[in-house]
Design a protein around this ligand. Structure first.
Ligand SMILES: C[S@@+](CC[C@H](N)C(=O)[O-])C[C@H]1O[C@@H](n2cnc3c(N)ncnc32)[C@H](O)[C@@H]1O
Length: 256
């Protein structure tokens, strides 16, 4: 563990205004925001997308969530969104960053509907075969995989499509995939700036073209309104215009 280098989980927390970050992450956020004014809105848009889609999934009857690359569950995490709508839900957070898991466990203690697993999302057998998954999730029933702003930390060599396919094949029909992912398809200059900054962090970025992101939904036919830049995906009626950068692209799919 190298706490002298900024980590994606705590950079995200710093941009969201959370209290689980260090000086290195706050400095990182300050430098990035200087290079890309308004970038904070991209992080907020991602969190708002997560909220809208978890609400949408709950309305569709989904009650089990496996949040891959969850970060620290504060400032609007899935279980808080779910708790506003339902008493009957379960959320298993998964993150491989050691301090993220350590900080999260006590935050979630006392709520039997939620837990945090320290694991690498690239190892579906370890995630799905964990004691935490056995305790919290009924894997005979559909699960919503939440993979928001996480797979762009997985290089091509680790075969992100194959990772998602392994989860898909292990889960019952009717399971969902929610994905948001960095792309340079619309704003290559801003994406390159983001990648330059993250190259100095513990978590370099691997943006993908929108067509490649669509390919990650293999076996998860995409539901209406299709894939979109996040601010355009089922926007709240009162939602103000997004950051304008159009850096994160995604949507929701469901296995048959
Ligand atoms: C930007 S945060 C996204 C947080 C949350 N998913 C959201 O959208 O609000 C990305 C998280 O992915 C985690 N992460 C990156 N690579 C991972 C891996 N291979 N396994 C598990 N977590 C990973 C990082 O530690 C970080 O906490």
């Amino acid at each position: 563990m190298d706490i002298d280098r900024p980590a994606a989980a705590r950079i995200y927390d710093a941009f969201l205004g959370g209290g689980h970050n260090f000086g290195v992450e706050r400095d990182f956020a300050e430098h990035l925001a200087r290079d890309l004014p308004g970038v904070t809105e991209v992080y907020r848009e991602n969190r708002a997308f997560l909220r809208r889609s978890v609400e949408h999934l709950l309305a569709r009857g989904v009650r089990q969530f496996l949040d891959l690359g969850s970060g620290i569950p504060t400032i609007g995490p899935a279980h808080e969104v779910a708790a506003r709508r339902s008493r009957d839900f379960r959320v298993l957070y998964v993150d491989n960053e050691p301090l993220t898991a350590a900080h999260s466990k006590p935050l979630l203690a006392g709520d039997p509907r939620v837990d945090m697993l320290r694991a690498d999302l690239r190892d579906p057998d370890a995630v799905l075969g964990s004691a935490e998954a056995a305790q919290l999730l009924d894997l005979r029933e559909p699960v919503a995989l939440l993979a928001t702003a996480a797979l762009h930390f997985v290089p091509d060599g680790d075969r992100p499509a194959a990772i998602l396919a392994a989860y898909r094949d292990a889960l019952p029909a009717g399971s969902h995939l929610l994905l948001s992912h960095l792309t340079g398809s619309r704003a290559p200059t801003a994406t390159n700036a983001l990648c330059r900054h993250y190259a100095a962090s513990s978590d370099p970025l691997f943006p993908r073209a929108t067509g490649e992101i669509e390919g990650l939904f293999d076996g998860f036919p995409v539901l209406a309104p299709g894939l979109a830049y996040l601010a355009d995906w089922r926007p709240d009626p009162e939602q103000r215009a997004g950051s304008g950068y159009r850096l994160l692209f995604g949507g929701l799919g469901r296995t048959r």
